[in-house]
Design a protein around this ligand. Structure first.
Ligand code: GLV
Length: 389
């Protein structure tokens, strides 16, 4: 049995244990995957500034994200089909997040429904909203999130249409998987995944099937996006969402300063700088690369968070140093989930917490809220260039 010491160990185990089509769904970006790769690569280019002989005995990672107390500045990102990575995956991940004291964000395209996750958790989770053409349904979805006591709504703005991920098309990705010979042969090599999956009845899009008018047999994201996604989504709709929801609102998928300004003007509580994990516009910059200019534009008006490419606590640290006040991890927790179920999400969170804590200490800091650009080494190999001021 491999000793798990980092997120990459979880990914390797996850790849062994979960059917190829779901592994590929997570481990892919759109088209050439250049943006997907850039998200991780740009973290590697940043150098840190070590400090010594500073009293670092007592340290804290606790802070707030949009006014919500968190044990570290990190939330579990909304990830579609999480319940196919492991049986009842959303419930398991939400429980692990609850134990860790960080927010869990349930995707609209989850397998377990809002009500189901609420029944199996005791502290409030957050709900992520995709806007579909059927606005009555969207209105009801928002009401369902409120009724389930979700404490924030995360409206995703960068998926009015779906980016093309070659692997999903080639694999014929559906939920549940179609019983083709290829799928059955692959699943035969994943006994623990199959055993867990046979023990649950949650295998379809729990928030949608049976709730949206005429949607009884939705099995693929491609079908959903072609039939349901609303390409007309605009800032007026964001206002409508804000009013209908009436609570804490986070806008996700911002990738340039102009849009950040428009987002700040809506009165939302936070934005997430994100290229959707490199799954939408291939060729867009990494989230980390655009973070500093967005922080410079709106950082004094709205909380700026980021996601994309975070595979360690060091990556969280670097995002904070560049001005993010919160981070989201998607794949990093999915790797844990697929590797070891609920315990794997616990492990992923523990790994990241420990790496963040030690990195902070090596940089001579004791409070996560004090991490800033001073913690970066602005030498010749550093990226991005130091601010000119
Ligand atoms: C959906 O959000 C996806 O990126 O697949």
């Amino acid at each position: 049995m491999t000793v798990i010491t980092n997120i990459e160990d979880l990914r390797v185990l996850y790849k062994k244990r979960v059917p190829k089509m779901f592994y590929d769904y997570a481990d892919s970006g759109s088209w050439s995957e250049s943006t997907y790769r850039a998200n991780e690569r740009d973290f590697q280019r940043i150098r840190l500034r070590q400090r010594v002989a500073v009293n670092i005995e007592h340290r804290t990672l606790a802070t707030q994200m949009a006014g919500v107390p968190v044990s570290m500045p990190l939330a579990l990102a909304p990830v579609g089909l999480t319940g196919m990575q492991w049986a009842d995956g959303e419930i398991l991940a939400a429980r692990a997040a609850e134990r860790a004291g960080v927010p869990f964000i349930l995707s609209t395209m989850s397998i377990c429904s809002i009500e189901d996750v609420a029944r199996h958790t005791s502290s409030p989770f957050w709900f992520q909203l995709y806007v579909m053409r059927d606005r009555d349904f969207i209105g009801r979805l928002i009401d369902r999130a409120r009724a389930a006591a979700c404490s924030a709504l995360v409206a995703t703005l960068d998926l009015q249409i779906l980016g093309q991920r070659h692997k999903d098309i080639k694999n014929g990705l559906t939920t549940p998987p179609r019983p083709t010979l290829k799928n059955l042969l692959n699943m035969a090599t994943k006994p623990s995944w199959c055993a867990a999956m046979l023990g649950t009845s949650r295998r379809g899009f729990g928030n949608i099937v049976g709730h949206a008018e005429g949607v009884e047999n939705l099995t693929s994201l491609g079908q959903w996006s072609a039939e349901q996604l609303d390409p007309t989504l605009n800032w007026d709709d964001v206002q409508w969402i804000r009013e209908r929801w009436g609570g804490r609102l986070i806008l996700k998928g911002i990738l340039c300063a102009e849009d950040a300004l428009l987002a700040a003007e809506t009165g939302a509580d936070a934005i997430v700088v994100s290229n959707h994990g490199g799954r939408q516009l291939d060729g867009a910059p990494s989230a980390l690369e655009v973070l500093p200019e967005i922080v410079a534009e709106v950082g004094d008006r709205i909380e700026v968070w980021m996601d994309g490419g975070i595979r360690s606590g060091q990556d969280v640290f670097k995002a904070l140093a560049l001005g993010a006040e919160g981070t989201l991890i998607g794949r990093a927790f999915v790797y844990g989930l697929g590797a070891m179920g609920e315990a794997g999400v616990d492990r992923a969170l523990e790994i990241i917490r420990n790496e963040l804590d030690l990195t902070m200490a090596f940089c001579g800091l004791t409070d996560v809220q004090s991490i800033d650009r001073q913690a970066l080494w602005h030498g010749s190999k550093s990226w991005p260039a130091p601010a000119s001021d």
